[in-house]
Write a protein that binds this ligand. Structure first.
Ligand code: MRU
Length: 344
């Protein structure tokens, strides 16, 4: 993102832009320990699967710097609760657990405490850099699927804010524009927390990409009218069979796209694929506070005492997914075989 970093490592703290305040205010937070990082992830100040992974890696490295330990064994014992605190922040985005696994591996394979502390900072920086490179590569591959003049529907926010990098779904759209294609975007507002209205529209306006904001319930109307040429979304976790967990409402978009003969693409780095899960049925779905549904931006819209449900993600069965765009290549059915090949 032009002008500032989504996550900035400052040695003794991490600086982030508070995404809950966007688009009205650009507020920056400085996080000084793993509890503050986990809390910022829980509250969605930092959000989006790859961004959560990068933040967790920096949070891990940051907390590790403060450990006073007499030996490597003592250091590793003190690291465990730090890792657990970060891991407990949100359950669905697999990038969080993937990043923590990488950090733990580095910690265990290090020689001594001071060497490990330095190696953890390097590893977090690597995770951030590799993520941006993966974003750019998958965006190039994805842009090949976008024709000049396309109007693209997207859901939630899968741009720089969600990745601390170039972006995934929005990365593909940005790349298509950089290649000289004229593209337009329809952005779903994405109830209940409005990541589409607040963040996607904000990012696309900054990129000078024409964007029309619609409510989630208008998507079928525009698809049926022939306005939308393809749908592109990001992902929080993809099972080995190609089932995709993403922001609640994604499944609805996929079914509507299929019904209307519109390609439905998922853009995500390989770190979002969870090969340990054979299907999406095993993906843990975060349940958030029902107040996020009964209220909009703190203002109550439902009567007091109203019961509300708030699953934050849904799973789109792979039969509705036209292609999964990764930095290693574009996978199509049969996903089990194709994604295994990409992972080699
Ligand atoms: O609850 P959020 O805002 O973290 O949900 C984010 C999404 O669902 C994104 O679409 C997904 O993480 C992909 S981000 C590249």
């Amino acid at each position: 993102m032009e002008g500032f970093k989504i996550i900035e490592w400052l040695g003794d703290r991490i600086k982030i832009i508070d995404q809950t305040e966007l688009p009205h205010k650009e507020v920056f937070l400085e996080l000084r320990d793993c509890h503050e990082v986990a809390d910022a992830i829980k509250k969605l100040c930092i959000r989006g699967a790859p961004d959560i992974g990068v933040a967790a890696a920096y949070g891990f490295a940051l907390a590790a710097q403060g450990i006073k330990a007499s030996s490597k064994a003592d250091f590793l014992t003190k690291l465990r609760p730090i890792s657990e605190t970060l891991a407990s922040s949100r359950p669905t985005a697999v990038n969080l657990f993937w990043a923590l696994e990488r950090m733990n591996k580095v910690a265990h394979s290090g020689k001594n405490v001071s060497q490990i502390k330095a190696a953890l900072i390097t590893e977090a920086q690597c995770i951030e850099t590799e993520n941006d490179e993966a974003n750019r590569r998958l965006s190039e591959l994805g842009a090949a699927l976008i024709q000049d003049g396309f109007t693209i529907l997207t859901h939630c926010n899968a741009g720089s804010l969600a990745t601390a990098g170039y972006g995934t779904a929005l990365g593909v759209i940005k790349m298509a524009k950089e290649q000289g294609k004229k593209v337009k975007v329809y952005a779903n507002e994405t109830r209940p927390l409005l990541q589409g209205a607040r963040l996607t529209v904000w990012e696309l306006l900054k990129e000078n990409i024409p964007v029309t904001l619609i409510t989630d319930s208008m998507a079928g109307y525009f698809m049926n009218k022939g306005v939308i040429n393809c749908v592109i979304v990001g992902a929080d976790r993809i099972a080995a069979n190609g089932d995709v967990a993403n922001k609640i409402g994604t499944y609805t978009m996929a079914v509507l796209a299929t019904e209307n003969g519109i390609p439905f693409y998922v853009a995500a780095p390989m770190s979002t694929i969870d090969f340990s899960l054979s299907s999406g049925a095993d993906i843990p779905i975060e349940e958030r506070n029902p107040d996020e549904v009964t209220h909009i931006q703190g203002i109550r819209i439902a009567p007091k005492g109203a019961k509300a449900a708030n699953p934050a993600f849904d799973v789109t069965p792979h039969c509705y997914v036209s292609a999964i765009i990764t930095e290693k290549g574009v996978a199509r059915e049969p996903y089990v075989e194709k994604m295994k090949e990409l992972a080699k």
